[in-house]
Design a protein around this ligand. Structure first.
Ligand SMILES: O=C(CO)[C@H](O)[C@H](O)COP(=O)(O)O
Length: 433
């Protein structure tokens, strides 16, 4: 039985960086190099040629994601140096057949990607019968952000075909080892290697994990955390700029500032709507909120405080994560001394009366942004972002991808002395007028 193959997916836009990262990945133990679809779209067949030229002893896999004109696309990729061409399993059988004919003619092989295929087991069997060389159980990057995982169907596909099966989609060392335990012969890793600050180390970690799983006949293990814990854990790793980028540059709350600098708040919103100075509902919300929640208060004016030191102390007792107030607060020095994260619009010395107008856990607009009970709040020195609860996992995952991408670029700036414009080829991507 042969050792599992580790394939790195070079999902980059810049060819120079792809060649550099490929060389580091090989040093870390990668076997095959995949020219990722974004790289092919950005650089064309030249990307395949360049990788083949630089790495003659490696199999070059071209992720063409072909869905039509099977022969033409496979011919293009094979003539440019691809040893394996990836086509979509969703393609019509005639496209698959044409792709296989072209591959045979030019000495290449075909890998069929099952991304978005409604019945992966059935289609895998059909694709094997049509003559593809490899099946790829793949969950795409956008699908990963919704929590989909290739491990869900991998085992069933492996059992239903006799050709080698590859697995791809958000794999890290632990998941890659699980893929091997489920019978994958090829493990494809993109983001967790190419966006890493230390590509050699990240590739090595995956290499060691899959080799161990293969040698020791590892059993498949799944340790899925509670969704809410997973969201919180991811959001604690990212910043509000990461979240804004992940939400297509969404805006933070306007005019709300941290009273205490250097604090980060992550949690689900308990919302409050109240009148200027009426601190009854804001304070009652402390008893409604649970550990780790964030109280978000919209006040109808800014003349009298609805929050102060004693409310803050009560929050600390209840382990509430933070308070956001589109209104006025007082006892600012005490709050600073307590180090509890309060974000507010205005500071005043005078409190109002606890009249009890207003409501808890209703839709509010705070700092110009709609907040519903249960939405996720992330706040830091840059500002306060609201993530609608329905998209919390997806946005958290996307923000983490933004962070990984920045970590890699930060590394290139710090360690290789490059500039940002150089790394991302800024001039090339300026809008053509
Ligand atoms: O084909 C792809 C996306 O369509 C990627 O190459 C594949 O998903 C592997 O990358 P990652 O490990 O980041 O998911």
């Amino acid at each position: 039985m042969e050792k599992p193959i580790l394939q790195v997916a070079l999902d980059l836009l810049e060819l120079k960086r792809a060649v550099e990262i490929a060389s580091e990945a090989i040093e870390g133990g990668v076997d095959w190099l995949e020219v990722g679809t974004p790289l092919i779209k950005s650089e064309g067949m030249n990307a395949i040629r360049e990788l083949k030229r630089n790495f003659k002893d490696r199999k070059i896999v071209a992720d063409m994601k072909t869905i039509d004109t099977g022969a033409v696309e496979v011919e293009m990729a094979a003539k440019s140096g691809a040893d394996i061409v990836i086509i979509l399993g969703l393609s019509d059988d005639s496209t698959v057949a044409e792709a296989i004919r072209a591959a045979k003619k030019y000495g290449a092989e075909i890998m069929a990607d099952l991304i978005n295929v409604p019945d992966p087991v059935k289609r895998a069997k059909e694709l094997e019968e049509l003559g593809v060389n490899y099946i790829n159980v793949h969950v795409g990057i956008d699908q990963q952000m919704k929590g989909m995982d290739p491990l869900e169907v991998l085992g069933r596909v492996v059992e239903s075909v006799s050709i080698p099966v590859a697995a791809a989609g958000g794999l890290d060392a632990e998941k890659a080892a699980n893929c091997v335990a489920l019978g994958a012969k090829i493990v494809i890793v993109g983001s967790n290697i190419v966006k890493s600050r230390n590509v050699i180390e990240s590739a090595r970690r995956v290499r060691e994990a899959i080799d161990r799983a293969w040698k020791e006949g590892k059993k498949f293990e799944i340790r899925r955390k509670k969704l809410e814990d997973e969201i919180r854990e991811i959001l604690m790793k990212v910043s509000t700029p990461n979240v804004s980028d992940a939400m297509h540059r969404a805006k933070a709350m306007k005019g709300i500032y941290p009273l205490v600098r250097g604090k980060k708040v992550v949690g689900k919103a308990v919302t409050v709507s109240t009148m200027d100075g009426d601190w009854a509902k804001p304070v009652e919300a402390i008893d409604v909120a649970g550990e780790g929640d964030v109280i978000v208060i919209k006040v109808s004016g800014y003349e009298a405080a609805v929050w102060g030191e004693l409310a803050t102390r009560s929050c600390i007792n209840k382990k509430i994560a933070g308070v956001i107030i589109d209104g006025a607060v007082r006892d600012v020095d005490d709050i600073r001394a307590l180090g509890f994260p309060v974000f507010a619009a205005r500071e005043v010395p005078n409190a109002g009366e606890p009249k009890g107008f207003g409501e808890i856990n209703v839709k509010i607009v705070c700092g110009g942004v709609e907040v519903n009970p249960g939405d996720w709040i992330i706040a830091d020195d840059n500002g306060v972002m609201v993530i609608p609860k329905e998209r919390a996992y997806e946005i958290a995952r996307r923000a983490l991808e933004v962070k990984k991408h920045e970590d890699r670029i930060r590394g290139e700036i710090e360690e290789k002395g490059r500039t940002l414009a150089e790394i991302v080829e800024l001039y090339k991507w300026e809008k053509v007028q």
